[in-house]
Write a protein that binds this ligand. Structure first.
Ligand code: SF4
Length: 388
């Protein structure tokens, strides 16, 4: 829209208060505006009727509430939604909504691609373009809530409208419950490499005048950026998930190359600091189950040993294959055996149900559509190693 105008979706409450104070307006204008945007879902300034005409005109001239364009919306047979969103620079990102009986979880992207290079991850193969702005992060939640609350919220790949899903949280919209009850920063990208924008967006997601989600319902998933995890603990201690995927450094170095910089020992120390001395919360450890790579009983015992000192929950994620990967998903019995070993060692463990795999919306499958500035996508096509 207006080239130099400020997108108000990029301002959290304190930034918006400062914006209004600088204009000579009262601080409470920020609350009013947040309510219009996030609770009433109004993005046209003329419709914001409790603002003075003069203020509405000023906002119209100097700001915007531009949202990414929905390029496509797919719905899985299990009710999972995936959106491909085009950003202002033409790059596209993906966002996934996973409805369950008691909650609806939105998996939000934080970067266009990812600059890390986890070898089992489809996003990693696409390379990296840039960090997302605050408005591009928060817009994913805004769009998901708005689309899912709309009576015409169902559409298939070709964009045609279908009936509402049954047996999923979307059906509860009539009972005034927001479709998005939980947000996980677990889509494309490493959120802690986009720290300031992600923290601002999470603050907005938790703001009572916006979506009002509690800290427990907002989870940030990291590959293990230790210094930024400490910063997060001090500045915005949301629920924490760590992509662990291996019980020892030799294997984790290969699966999650960031491990060479931040190995398992210091990472677990950092997790202990995160939960604090009173152990009120648990860290969720994500562990993708890769056949004959990290799924043996000995590796389960090793994992139980290293997690003994951390209040931990383990999510076992059956690997979701993607084109050109050499990894395979562990057998169901292997995953059950792995889980039972952890449970026997008193490590709370669940196997995550694979959702949305018919629309490539499952964990580790998000790819978007963007210009890779790292050339990694090209290099990947040429690699033939065991972990490519
Ligand atoms: S698993 Fe996460 S951190 Fe690792 S490459 Fe994929 S998106 Fe990036």
């Amino acid at each position: 829209m207006q080239g130099t105008s400020i997108n108000l979706l990029s301002l959290d409450r304190s930034a918006m208060e400062n914006y209004f104070l600088d204009m000579g307006e009262k601080r409470f204008r920020a609350k009013q505006l947040l309510q219009w945007i996030y609770q009433r879902k109004v993005t046209r300034f003329p419709d914001m009727t409790d603002l003075s005409k003069h203020l509405r005109q000023t906002l119209q001239q100097n700001t915007n509430l531009d949202l990414p364009e929905i390029v496509s919306q797919q719905r899985s047979t299990d009710g999972t939604f995936k959106w491909l969103l085009r950003l202002k620079d033409g790059n596209c990102i993906e966002t996934v909504y996973i409805p369950e009986s008691e909650r609806g979880t939105l998996c939000v992207s934080s970067q266009v691609g990812c600059s890390l290079n986890c070898t089992f991850c489809s996003t990693a193969r696409q390379g990296f373009n840039r960090n997302l702005e605050v408005d591009e992060i928060i817009a994913q939640v805004w769009i998901a809530n708005s689309v899912l609350e709309s009576p015409k919220q169902e559409s298939n790949e070709s964009g045609s409208i279908e009936k509402k899903p049954e047996n999923c949280f979307v059906s509860n919209v009539e009972n005034q419950r927001r479709p998005v009850t939980n947000v996980v920063m677990m889509g494309m990208g490493e959120p802690l490499l986009n720290f300031d924008n992600v923290v601002s967006a999470m603050r907005l997601i938790m703001d009572d005048y916006s979506f009002g989600l509690s800290r427990r319902k907002v989870t940030l998933s990291t590959a293990g950026m230790i210094p930024a995890m400490d910063q997060l603990r001090q500045q915005c201690p949301v629920s924490l998930a760590v992509s662990l995927h291996a019980p020892d450094n030799a294997l984790r170095d290969k699966l999650v190359p960031l491990n060479k910089k931040y190995p398992i020992g210091p990472l677990l120390d950092c997790c202990r600091r995160y939960v604090g001395e009173n152990n009120r919360r648990r860290v969720t450890f994500e562990y993708v189950m890769l056949k004959d790579i990290n799924d043996s009983p000995e590796q389960a015992r090793m994992l139980a040993r290293i997690l003994r000192q951390v209040p931990a929950k383990v999510n076992l994620i059956p690997f979701n294959p993607f084109p050109q990967t050499r990894f395979e998903r562990s057998e169901a019995e292997t995953i059950d055996r792995f889980r039972d070993i952890l449970l026997a060692k008193n490590i709370f463990t669940v196997t995550r149900t694979t959702r949305g795999d018919d629309i490539d919306a499952a964990c580790g499958q998000l790819v978007g559509d963007f210009v890779d500035r790292t050339s990694r996508s090209k290099r990947m096509q040429q690699q033939t190693g065991v972990f490519s």
